[in-house]
Design a protein. Structure first.
Length: 162
């Protein structure tokens, strides 16, 4: 029957559209959340300023500075930062808090110690887990770093490794 053929085609087309929408929604749901700087960068300048105007002036200034610093990075540095953000955002809340606490402690270290501790974190992140543990259990590690620095290094390498 001609009417049944038309309805059948319409039903198939409707099913195809619905399937495409469902697949697109499923794919979008699997996308990791963009990091905050990428979200700000995706906004038009007008939209960004409208959103920043809603914030306290100090916070808006801080965000502008971070966006500018991020945009001046080389692409590989931006990728490394996005990867670290992704790693952090997938940690459970209690581990995220530990990382925040250790980063706060790191920023309170004397200026001369910060690069030394940072280099050690970077070095240990590049090692396989067994070597990393052996290094952190060694005498040299214990003699080079204070107990506070050791904890900062341990936690940042454990929770933010590669």
């Amino acid at each position: 029957m001609p009417g049944d053929l038309g309805r059948s085609r319409l039903l198939r087309a409707s099913c195809a559209v619905l399937l495409a929408i469902l697949l697109a929604t499923a794919v979008a749901a699997q996308q990791p959340p963009a990091n905050p700087i990428d979200r700000w960068n995706r906004m038009s300048p007008e939209e960004r300023e409208r959103e920043l105007a809603k914030l306290p002036p100090g916070r808006a200034r801080q965000i502008r500075q971070r966006i500018a610093r991020y945009n001046q990075m080389r692409p590989e540095e931006q990728k490394a930062l996005r990867d670290r953000y992704d790693t952090f955002s997938h940690l459970p809340p209690d581990k995220q808090q530990i990382v925040r606490d250790r980063l706060r402690e790191f920023r309170r270290l004397p200026q001369a110690r910060q690069p030394v501790v940072h280099r050690e974190v970077v070095r240990l992140r590049s090692l396989p887990e067994a070597q990393r543990q052996a290094s952190m259990n060694g005498d040299e590690f214990h003699s080079q770093f204070s107990p506070q620095e050791q904890q900062i290094i341990r936690d940042l390498t454990a929770y933010m490794a590669n």
